[in-house]
Design a binder for this molecule. Structure first.
Ligand code: ADP
Ligand code: NA
Length: 330
């Protein structure tokens, strides 16, 4: 039987993915290749909704794709492509926009949050219609499943509503995507502010571990991570968020249970934990960096891989768009 389809996208809005991106999302992308037919997209159309520099965007899209291949996305098994190379995305988004209520779109909390930060008069129409483009991304591939974190639940709900609405207005065209809830998805927090999410918009670069940064710099950040003033290494996300975060990262990258780690560090100090974790993380990123650089050092080959990905994507997206056009009378 055919494998279920999964779709996911990530924005090329930083010079490197960070450890939170990897542990919260990208490692699951890699794992899903085993069970699903996977479509993964570097969503550069989404990345221009809040202002950008063209040169930087182009470079970031390439580095994002190189990192994804380096992390283990296999172009033989999965389809990895850059969104702007598949024109069906904005074409379907227009159609879906025409069956989305203005009020419905206005209720998206992520738009409210982001536009509030920018000053709502200055935020773009693209930022407002972003979730509609996201629905098009998913529906074009007839995705059965979409891995989602809490922050994307409302957007996936909109995608489901739009699929159902289109199907009932014009006839069955789209698969209604279901959330793929990943068990034990690690939420990684900021090393300097251990109650806040590690994020590219974190207030201090010392709080974020970028996959592509100098390993010595990573080791230093881990050694300087904020912890409490206690001495005991136990997992207590409320009382000891800094130590809990270090244990979470350690466990996720080493495959060792948190309980095992706690037992192994009984009687040892925070400094020992940090020193060992620094080694675990730097050993983890080193080969990823080497492979990423390998892809970036051969731009023609990377272009070829991405062109092939876009072609595979269009082989699915094209027929979906044509079916939708046909049903609406084009
Ligand atoms: P950022 O928070 O740095 O802006 P994005 O919002 O672009 O990152 O997130 C890309 C993906 O990485 C999403 O699937 C998101 O849930 C995941 N992610 C981001 N930060 C973390 C984190 N600190 N812990 C776990 N997952 C995260
Ligand atoms: Na974010």
């Amino acid at each position: 039987p055919a494998r279920p389809r999964v779709f996911s996208g990530i924005q090329p809005t930083a010079d490197s993915f960070h450890l939170g991106n990897y542990l919260g999302a990208l490692r699951h992308w890699v794992a899903l290749q085993e069970t699903h037919e996977a479509f993964y997209c570097v969503v550069d159309l989404h990345a221009i909704t809040a202002g950008h520099d063209p040169k930087v965007l182009r470079q970031r899209s390439r580095v994002a794709a190189a990192q994804l291949f380096a992390l283990g996305l296999d172009p033989e098994r999965s389809t990895l492509f850059v969104q702007s190379q598949v024109p069906e995305h904005p074409q379907l988004a227009w159609v879906l926009g025409c069956i989305t209520g203005f009020g419905e779109a206005s209720r998206m909390t992520q738009f409210k949050d982001k536009s509030q930060k920018q000053g709502s008069d200055r935020s773009s129409v693209g930022l407002f219609t972003y979730p509609i483009l996201q629905a098009a991304d998913i529906l074009l591939y007839q995705a059965d499943a979409v891995p989602v974190g809490e922050d994307q639940r409302q957007h996936l709900e909109l995608s489901r509503d739009l699929a159902q609405r289109f199907n009932s207005l014009f006839g069955k065209t789209f698969t209604v995507p279901a959330p793929h809830i990943v068990k034990d998805t690690a939420k990684i927090t900021d090393l300097q502010e251990p109650t806040a999410k590690m994020s590219k918009s974190s207030s201090s670069p010392a709080g974020i571990i970028d996959l592509l940064e100098e390993p010595a710099r990573t080791a230093k950040k881990i050694r300087s991570a904020v912890t409490d003033t206690g001495r005991e290494i136990v997992f207590d996300a409320e009382g000891k968020p800094g130590i809990a975060n270090l244990l979470t990262i350690y466990s996720a990258l080493s495959g060792r249970d948190i309980d095992d780690l706690v037992a192994a560090y009984a009687g040892k100090g925070y400094g020992d934990l940090k020193k060992d974790l620094a080694e675990v993380v730097t050993e983890f990123v080193r080969p990823i960096q080497e492979r990423t650089n390998g892809y970036l050092d051969d731009p023609a080959q990377l272009d070829k891989l991405l062109a092939a990905g876009a072609e595979k994507a269009r082989a699915v997206a094209g027929p979906t768009l044509r079916a939708a056009y046909e049903r609406i009378g084009f």
